[in-house]
Design a protein. Sequence first.
Length: 202
Amino acid sequence: MWQVTLSTLNLCSYINSPFVGIIFLGGVMEREIEVKLLEDVEKVEAILKSKGEFISEEEQENILIDSSTMPVPEEKGYLRIRKTKDKVTGEEKIYFTFKERVDRKCVRENLEHTVTVDSVEELKNILKLIGFDKVERFKKHRNSYSYKGLRFDLDRWQGWISYAEIEGESQEEIMDVIKELKLDVNKITTLSIKELKNSVAN
């Protein structure tokens, strides 16, 4: 299945952007608005356990792919393999994504071009044969909740950082819920995973 996802974050002004889902060529296009909140995830989870609804718990391995001879320009985006295992059902899935950067002017807008695959190792071998020989692996634990129509993904990266990703139909809706839950709006960031990694390292 081919899936394209558009993720948008506008920190300059509130934008009412209704969810749009279009079925095409056997795939799905979704418009998403989300923020990363560098808040204490234990605090956020305690709130969601009392007020929200549990969705899922999963382990993820995220593998960033690049080339030493023809690197993907940072302004264009990055390649990622993601392997997930649902801690409740045991179901495993593998996704291969090119996260295309679209806009960084007060908004974080990306196009996620995603396909499902059967084997991480075979995909890595194929990519290596065509020059994509650089591999970075990261593991994380994700607990997901819903509250007032918003999705909260609480990510705990192994040996690194923790944060909450909050997704909704509009930034206004997201900001209202963050304030209602008395979370710190000053801890919102537009940095990508790669940029967060570099900022922590520096």
